[in-house]
Design a protein around this ligand. Sequence first.
Ligand SMILES: [Zn+2]
Length: 479
Amino acid sequence: MLKSLVKFLFFAGAALTWVLLIAWLVFGDRFERLLDERRAEAVGALADRYIASQTQSTSQTEVKTVAGLHDIEIEVEQLANNIFRATGVANSYLIQTAAGNVLFDTGLGTQAAKHKRILQAAAPGPITHIILSHSHADHIGGTKYWKAEFPAAKIITHRGFIDGQRYLLDLQDHFWNRNRLLYTFMPEQPPAPDAMFAYGGIQPDELVDDFNQMQFVVGGVEFVVMPSPGAEGDDNLVLWLPAQQTLFSGDFFGPLFPMLPNLFTLRGEKFRDPIAYIRSLEKIIALEPEQVLPSHFDPVIGKSDINEALVLMRDATRYVHDETVAGMNAGKSVWQLMQEIKLPPELEVSQGHGKVSWNVRSIWEYYSTWFKFESTTELYAVPVRTLYPELVSLIGDTQPLLDLAQSKVESQQPEQALHLIELVLADSPDSTQALQIRLQALESLLERAWQTTSNFSETGWLQSRIAKTEQQLENLVTE
Ligand SMILES: [Zn+2]
């Protein structure tokens, strides 16, 4: 009797151990994964709330700004019976089919775990493909969470994504420090490689390149992944759903629609190829989209409005490109072309993100590098500013320079005033008068920017310089 009880307990215990072991093997990972996602959601929500409180939209116009992106609520919208959008700084899209779901972009890291949870609640089902529009951090943040739950899901990117991710990671500190000048709420250091919101680590399973698009069918729905290098980098792609005449445009158009493409980024990413952008636009125009679903801000609906906007963007870019090339061939200087080239009235389009004069310079340097053949000194590591202190001491007094700078501000020549102030500050970095004139010059440039393009890189930069100058002046008073 006792023997059989012991035997029973032994086998029952062993069976229970096995059951627990199997349960842990099956659900342990799942439990850990869910814990990871909930933790990321909680930390992300805190980070987002802080960022939103630090980025009060300062725009004086209707132009949507980068700061405005942080005011967007995170929620799910159903855009068609099979299309779901999770909103936020960047959108994540889910296309539902009878044989599994397809994702297009996975959002900003701090918002991505929530995107996943609410998209899955709205449209449950396994994920078959994760398509990433490009390698920028705000479009790929949730990929690791989705891939952890659905390891068989195929990550599709442009071939350029691999090098795009490599390059952004290699220069992470460089870009981070530049961005911190504009967004002072950013922590001092970028996240460590193993941190919660660390950038990188995505390994695509399938690649498209500039000469090959990819077509596949899931649950009877046809998907066409098209390369679209150009405006936001050479690793851009878009997704086309032929049956619904719907284009998931990623960041191809940038944050505004329509707008002049941003061939130049203030933080200093590689030049964007204007002709690649025009070619990509040609392909998109030929699709005749009924709706465009961008990865920032809201859907654009209506075939004829969309077509008109696409043609405008193409023609405006073509115009700026051709005028720049013609000017280069005519022997004009880059500075002259930056001043001369303006969009004709019929090609007026928002310069909120891409600015004509900056695109002119970008096209110039993209085609002909930084050596302008203006002076031998361009070739050597001794810029004219190294002579400023000696020049000022030759003059013997900074006052004439300050007076001239003041008169330049008053005659609406703030750029010239800034040059003169740099001379003075090289000699006397704590000159209150110089800082005050710099402040006036910066404010005048900001005013001009608001009245003309409202370009948000330009206004953001000027605002950050104004804040810095005010801080320097304040420090001088308290010292
Ligand atoms: Zn983006």
